[in-house]
Design a protein around this ligand. Structure first.
Ligand SMILES: *[C@@H]1O[C@H](CO)[C@@H](O)[C@H](O)[C@H]1NC(C)=O
Ligand SMILES: *[C@@H]1O[C@H](CO)[C@@H](O)[C@H](O)[C@H]1NC(C)=O
Ligand SMILES: *[C@@H]1O[C@H](CO)[C@@H](O)[C@H](O)[C@H]1NC(C)=O
Ligand SMILES: *[C@@H]1O[C@H](CO)[C@@H](O)[C@H](O)[C@H]1NC(C)=O
Length: 289
């Protein structure tokens, strides 16, 4: 599915073009004041998909992260490799599912990575539920930087996606390098959830209630920097300043317990990105060559 490049303003209740039954409502606030619906510009992400389930082609091989410029690598989590995911994935059982995931991070400064031939170059930071051990659905929200190949200009955006439906950007929430984002994905069932994305530096909060998304198993909690897809092709992986996820936790549907970063699987992208746990609520991802 490819969207036309025409910007579309979507208001109120929306029927999705890909899965006819998937619907969502959204609202936004700026400094606590509701933003009129007519000013909320939600646009299908060109060319449709952005986030992607973890790619398995180089999966689970042993990896030696090697010499990087990371600060004090702690590295107590078991590591694994991926083509596109760099970060922590904490998996739970289907009998005690993930209800909610939270994380905060600073949108990075992005620059062109020398010697990369795939265009555009991009890097996405997001939190999500599923897409690792459960591959038929993934709910995710975060930011992305994309470098225009001809002008070199870096475009920064907020986006969310209920894979396999297409991604949306929220065109009128400003995103600048260094802005802090605070994101919560709160499921009410395997097919319904509310998503809250706040740019805390600029006072914007954006909320989505989505229903009848593709069925989640709610077994993977993800805090990830991704080499994103544009449609069906992997983007070139832009260089980005270290992304630290903080206040990272997931709460479970029963028992009142929560999951943190300690004990998560720690994904690395060979030749692209190294990540490490720092403590139970923090991890980071950094460019690695
Ligand atoms: C989402 O649902 C909650 C609870 O029903 C409601 O309070 C809120 O106004 C809804 N928000 C949107 C954007 O639909
Ligand atoms: C890159 O920027 C140029 C000039 O503003 C614009 O015409 C072009 O559409 C941009 N390319 C992409 C892929 O956005
Ligand atoms: C991007 O720019 C590079 C370097 O100028 C060029 O080789 C490549 O063909 C361009 N790719 C696209 C898709 O425009
Ligand atoms: C998550 O959603 C439930 C409704 O299902 C609500 O009671 C709860 O307050 C929400 N939690 C957060 C942190 O937003």
């Amino acid at each position: 599915m490819k969207f036309l490049s025409t910007a579309i303003s979507l208001l109120g209740l929306i029927s999705q073009p890909i899965l006819a039954e998937f619907t969502f409502t959204s609202s936004a606030k700026h400094n606590g004041v509701p933003v009129p619906q007519s000013e909320i510009r939600l646009e299908p992400f060109e060319p449709g998909t952005l986030g992607h389930i973890r790619s398995r082609s180089v999966d689970d091989a042993d990896i030696n992260i090697g010499a990087t410029t990371l600060r004090r690598v702690k590295r107590t989590n078991p590591t694994a490799t991926s083509n596109n995911w760099c970060g922590s994935v904490r998996t739970t059982t289907s009998t005690n599912q993930i209800k909610l995931i939270h994380g905060s991070f600073q949108h990075p400064t992005c620059t062109k990575r020398p010697g990369v031939t795939q265009y555009p170059q991009a890097a996405a930071a997001w939190i999500g539920i599923d897409g690792d051990s459960w591959t038929s659905a993934l709910l995710q929200a975060g930011t992305v930087c994309k470098i225009n190949n001809s002008t070199g200009i870096v475009e920064n955006e907020v986006w969310w996606q209920w894979v396999p439906s297409g991604a949306y950007t929220v065109a009128n929430i400003p995103v600048f390098a260094g802005d802090w984002f605070d994101i919560t994905l709160n499921t009410t069932s395997s097919t319904t959830a509310s998503i809250t994305i706040a740019n805390t530096n600029r006072g914007y909060t954006y909320t989505i209630n989505a229903s009848q998304g593709a069925t989640l198993a709610r077994v993977d909690a993800d805090w990830v920097v991704e080499r994103p897809y544009y449609g069906t092709s992997l983007a070139g992986f832009a260089q980005f300043t270290q992304v630290w996820f903080q206040n990272a936790y997931a709460t479970l549907t029963s028992g009142g317990t929560s999951l943190g970063i300690t004990g998560a699987k720690q994904y690395q992208i060979p030749g692209g990105c190294a990540s490490s746990d720092w403590d139970n609520t923090r991890l980071y991802a950094a460019v690695a060559s």
